[in-house]
Design a protein around this ligand. Structure first.
Ligand SMILES: *Cc1c(COP(=O)(O)O)cnc(C)c1O
Length: 405
């Protein structure tokens, strides 16, 4: 019984964008229906747990749209409908956090005794979920090289139920050959799930490249202002959508109306912000390439980057993230460099308006392709500050580094 029978799946109250509109136009309209709300531009926040029925017959009517706050409300309809458009799905399911999108996607498919293939460059908390929960459920998770391509075939077993992808990979941004892998998975009846947070639904459309389930953490670019945790899962497949909806209900991961409201607000400026984040990051990257202190740089636009050609083939661009490994240096020099940065404070997450820097302990969480770099690794989130100020900040930090290394 995938869904309680009284819930209808379609977001019936929400107008769809015209199919010939370009993305910028779609994202100004997606999920909005002013006519339904007295002309109010944005859908009002619907705060609800209880929904009342005029009589018992209405309660028993299977097509009654709303039942209970956690099981759907006008705000979740607006948000999910907009996000389905962004990810080119037939529908989408909102989740409290990006992490809940990960766990709900996997748990909607997997069962005890299954084998799951997971990319080695996965977002580290996904790895912890596999080690802490999936293992206890008797699900075996095997990690594979993000550059595996068609060789994924050799790892598939009779009980493989999921191939889990993330492209670009976390921290080092390897680009996977998604169409090749999804074709093999389809032939074998294996479900593919891709973490699309990097692309925010803009730079890459997994569902158009054969992926069955695409999800993202809206905490990042969609939210865009470092003030929410939220996730969303999209698919083009009616049966999968039901399974995901059912898992989300069973797990109780419904997001708050306020967070969905803020995500919709972020959506209106998503393409504009991302273009600026990306352009700023390219300028900062250009400077970093001139400095030997950055022993390795990770950004899909670099010709030497793993999967650069696939990125050119499949992606519309890069986002505002840059990974780097510093030259070997004493720990004090590394600390004093990072602490000297004023415009790149240390903090988790990315996709907001402001720049950040976060250490990346690659050695501790790569297993299929062990990390052999010797320098300290970090990830910069390049925000909307002027690139010249960001570059100036890195420059003054490097003076501290060089004085001590
Ligand atoms: C942040 C992030 C998530 C998790 O999102 P939360 O809202 O923090 O739970 C998942 N995947 C990737 C790639 C992320 O960067």
């Amino acid at each position: 019984m995938p869904c309680p029978p009284f819930i209808t799946e379609e977001n019936s109250k929400v107008k769809k964008s015209k199919s010939n509109w370009s993305e910028d136009t779609k994202l100004t309209h997606a999920g909005r229906d002013p006519d339904a709300y007295h002309g109010i531009v944005n859908p009002p926040i619907s705060r609800t747990s209880t929904i009342l029925y005029p009589d018992l017959a209405a309660y028993e009517n299977p097509s009654h749209r709303y039942r209970y706050g956690r099981m759907g409300n006008p705000m979740s309809d607006a948000f999910e409908s907009a996000m389905a458009e962004l990810e080119s799905g037939i529908g989408a399911v909102g989740t409290q956090t990006g992490m809940a999108a990960i766990t709900t996607s996997i748990l909607s498919i997997v069962k005890s005794g299954d084998h799951v293939l997971m990319v080695d460059t996965v977002y580290p908390p996904t790895r912890y979920f596999a080690a802490n929960i999936l293992k206890r459920m008797n699900v075996e998770v095997e990690y594979y090289d993000p550059m595996i391509g068609a060789d994924i075939q050799s790892l598939i077993r009779d009980n493989t139920s999921i191939i889990y992808l993330e492209s670009p990979g976390s921290a080092t941004f390897e680009i996977m050959d998604v169409p090749t892998i999804t074709k093999i998975a389809k032939d074998k009846g294996i479900t593919t799930i891709l973490d699309n947070t990097y692309s925010a639904g803009i730079l890459f459309k997994p569902l158009d490249h054969g992926v069955d389930i695409s999800f993202q953490s809206c905490t990042k670019y969609v939210g865009g202002h470092s003030d929410i945790n939220l996730g969303v899962i999209a698919t083009k497949d009616e049966a999968l959508l039901k399974l995901i909806r059912s898992a989300a209900w069973d797990l109780g991961v419904a997001p708050t109306a306020e967070d969905m409201y803020l995500a919709l607000r972020g959506l209106r400026t998503l393409t504009t912000r991302m273009k600026q984040n990306a352009a700023n990051a390219l300028e900062v990257l250009g400077y970093m390439q001139t400095r030997e202190e950055f022993a390795k740089l990770f950004h899909p636009s670099l010709e030497t980057h793993k999967g650069h050609d696939i990125w050119k083939r499949d992606f519309k661009g890069a986002n505002g993230l840059i990974g780097f490994m510093l030259q070997d240096a004493p720990s004090k020099a590394v600390h004093d460099f990072i602490n000297a940065l004023e415009l790149f404070p240390i903090g988790s997450s990315w996709g907001g308006f402001e720049s950040l820097c976060q250490p990346q302990d690659l050695k501790s969480y790569r297993t299929a392709v062990p990390w052999d770099g010797t320098g300290a690794c970090f990830r910069l989130q390049v925000g909307l500050e002027a690139p010249k100020d960001l570059i100036g900040d890195l420059e003054q930090g490097l003076k501290v580094f060089n004085a001590e290394k």
